[in-house]
Design a protein. Structure first.
Length: 261
């Protein structure tokens, strides 16, 4: 038995034990008084499985999942494009960087929770506020990663372009863009994950569809099985998106696996 297989078996066993504790913990006398084992709060694996079956086959839950994923995908496209371009503008125009840096730092450190109500009032409960909220996560992550990578570029490499009679455009296309792309790829898995978080958060605050809105429906109805079913769905989707983002990063930058980055 290989180490990898042994680890997988142990992981499955740990998962089974956790599910068993979750299912039978509330049946132990006196344990139900603790919120962690209170079935009214955390439901049970069997009830969650039944809720998932009902959501997917009776309540058209798949449509909500697709809307959440679509908003995340749109935010990825917008956030990565804006962050990538803005990083190059800031790197190549020091005056613009000095002018904009305090404002970018301010908005980056501002808790996203404070802009969620504004997005709700300004754009309603539809698709746009989710995209904007997720974009606010992705833009800064990509911007600061790409700008950091460009700032670490060796001056000798830039001088070498000049020695070979290259101009600013030659440096941009042969040196800066490849370096910036590599650092964008490094940030891509986290951009996917944070974009997903932003989308779900906006749905949770005020969405008329999406997985977050289903969670709010279950919370208002005091239906812990529905709430936990959405938690399980979101956890799986978040893990799947991060895994997919990592595979995309490895496909575009295979050297990352070799270097362990």
């Amino acid at each position: 038995m290989t180490d990898k297989l042994r680890v997988r078996i142990l992981q499955v066993l740990i998962g089974v034990v956790l599910l068993a504790v979750w299912e039978f913990g509330s049946r132990i006398p006196g344990m139900a008084k603790f919120p962690l084992f209170d079935p009214f709060v955390v439901s049970s694996p069997i009830q969650v499985a039944q809720a998932l079956q009902r959501l997917f086959f009776q309540d058209n839950f798949g449509k909500h999942v697709l809307l959440t994923l679509a908003a995340t995908g749109a935010a990825l496209a917008v956030g990565i494009a804006l962050g990538f371009v803005m990083a190059f503008v800031s790197f190549n125009a020091p005056l613009i960087r000095r002018l904009t840096e305090p404002f970018l730092q301010f908005f980056n450190t501002m808790p996203r929770v404070v802009i969620a109500p504004y997005l709700l009032m300004a754009f309603g409960t539809g698709f746009m506020p989710r995209v904007l909220m997720a974009t606010s996560f992705i833009f800064f992550l990509v911007y600061f990663n790409v700008l950091y990578g460009l700032s670490r570029m060796q001056p000798a490499h830039r001088r070498q372009v000049r020695v070979l009679s290259g101009g600013r455009l030659d440096e941009l296309f042969t040196l800066q863009i490849p370096i910036g792309f590599a650092w964008m790829i490094r940030a891509f898995p986290h951009a996917v994950a944070y974009g997903f978080v932003g989308t779900v958060f906006q749905e949770f605050v005020g969405g008329d569809s999406g997985v977050g809105s289903v969670m709010i429906y279950g919370l208002n109805a005091l239906n812990s099985a529905t709430v936990m079913a959405t938690v399980v769905t979101l956890s799986f989707l978040g893990w799947a998106l991060f895994w997919l983002g990592s595979r995309v990063g490895e496909a575009f930058a295979p050297w990352r696996r070799e270097l362990g980055v």
